[in-house]
Design a protein around this ligand. Structure first.
Ligand code: PLP
Length: 402
């Protein structure tokens, strides 16, 4: 790997600006995991020395996660990642007759779970829409409360816009109402300080691969006394809250990634990344027919994760721009997702009030914490040319002009 996120593949410099999709493992993470594949391969539930070595490593990682969350070690549950955490919160707490409040801009791991409990599960579900900025108004959450509301589930940072949600205010509303509160912190953990006690949430989900850890492993904070039914049953792992032999190398990798992530939150790393993101954003917005998704009524961005910007490009099909940029060595994501072979505009951007064409014309740039000035320079070199070429052949442009 070259410096920053500029990977060199063949002759083409590659700049990876899709950190919200996933991140590469940091060398320290690989190094920490390495012994647990072959040397210390024991089952953490075995009582012999090999098992105890694995158990010690899992316990050490648990201590780090407890530090990340600001909770007791007994409140950390390891699992397979963000999807499992989100599913567990919703399926594990809600019963027929209950009411769930969530938002229309959650990740599909929450939305699909909500649809399922709202369909066959007999749970009432309210989806609160964001303001045009992408922010959820805590008062809209309060207004959705019902006597039978049992759970509020709101994300910390949106994966598409980076917008940070007012989870502390929502936590206060949940506490006043005596309602459980789950936070999908998959995109916020390791980027902003986390303190489950201050927020007052009962459940919180994170994923290792969004913070330079391995894929397929994550963790949940489960506040002591929360009556959460496990999603997976079997052995008595994780204090009976998640059955299945622990993924020891994965958990060790998550622990190391979390340790490094906590350092990054404190050492100014994200201020540096925010500076790069802002320069990238300003450079793109200097092009005609572009705009920012996630701006307040004053036109300025609302509070966002430092690494994310979501921008629209008039008269451009976002998917075509993703491909054009990929050919120029730049990896980004579009404002649409492929569901069963059909490209649908992003539900997040639509909920913010964008029309379908503008949502389809939007791109998400999400920088790695290792991003460099050279990465931004490269992207700012290739974007104008790619946009210009696409506009020159765009039927959307022809329609507008004609
Ligand atoms: N929640 C959010 C906000 C996400 O961005 C993602 C992944 O993109 C998930 C949940 C799912 O996490 P995982 O990939 O670990 O299942």
């Amino acid at each position: 790997m070259a410096s920053g996120s500029g990977l060199v593949s063949g002759a083409v410099k590659r700049v990876y600006m899709d950190a919200n999709a996933t991140t590469p493992l940091l060398p320290e993470v690989v190094e920490a995991m390495h012994p647990y594949w072959m040397e210390f391969f024991g089952n953490a539930s075995s009582i012999h020395l090999d098992g105890q070595r694995a158990r010690t490593a899992v316990d050490r990682a648990r201590e780090v996660l407890a530090e990340l969350f600001h909770c007791h070690e007994a409140e950390v549950v390891f699992n397979s990642g963000g999807t499992e955490g989100d599913n567990t919160a919703i399926f594990g707490l809600l019963r027929p007759g209950d009411h769930l409040i969530t938002t229309s801009i959650e990740h599909s791991a929450v939305l699909q779970s909500a649809r399922r409990v709202g369909g066959t599960g007999g749970v009432g579900v309210t989806y609160v829409d964001p303001e045009p900025s992408g922010l959820i108004d805590p008062e809209a959450i309060r207004a959705a409360l019902r006597p039978e509301t049992r759970l509020i589930s709101v994300m910390l940072a949106n994966n598409e816009t980076g917008v940070l949600q007012p989870v502390e205010e929502i936590g206060r509303i949940a506490a006043e109402a005596g309602v459980f509160f789950h936070i999908d912190a998959v995109q916020g953990a390791g980027k902003v300080p986390l303190d489950v006690r201050r927020i007052g949430c009962h459940l919180l989900s994170i994923s290792a691969h969004k913070m330079h850890g391995p894929k397929g492993v994550g963790a949940m904070f489960v506040r002591r006394g929360t009556p959460l039914e496990p999603l997976l049953v079997g052995g008595s792992h994780e204090r009976r809250r998640r059955a299945g032999t622990e993924n020891v190398p994965g958990i060790v990798g998550l622990g190391k990634a979390a340790e490094l992530a906590m350092k990054s939150v404190e050492d100014g790393t994200w201020d540096r990344v925010a500076g790069l993101r802002d320069r990238l954003e300003a450079g793109v917005l200097a092009l005609s027919g572009t705009g920012l998704n996630g701006a307040g009524s004053d036109g300025k961005p609302v509070a966002r994760a430092a690494n994310t910007t979501n921008l629209w490009f008039d008269q451009v099909e976002g998917e075509a721009l993703v491909i054009a940029l990929d050919l120029k060595g730049v990896a980004v994501s579009g404002g649409s997702a492929c569901h069963s072979g059909a490209t649908e505009p992003s539900h997040v951007l639509l909920a913010m009030g964008l029309d379908k064409a503008r949502a389809r014309a939007s791109l998400r740039f999400s920088l790695l914490k290792t991003a460099t000035d050279a990465d931004v320079d490269h992207v700012l070199r290739v974007v104008p040319e790619a946009v210009e070429k696409l506009r020159a052949v765009s039927p959307l442009a022809a329609r507008t002009l004609g």
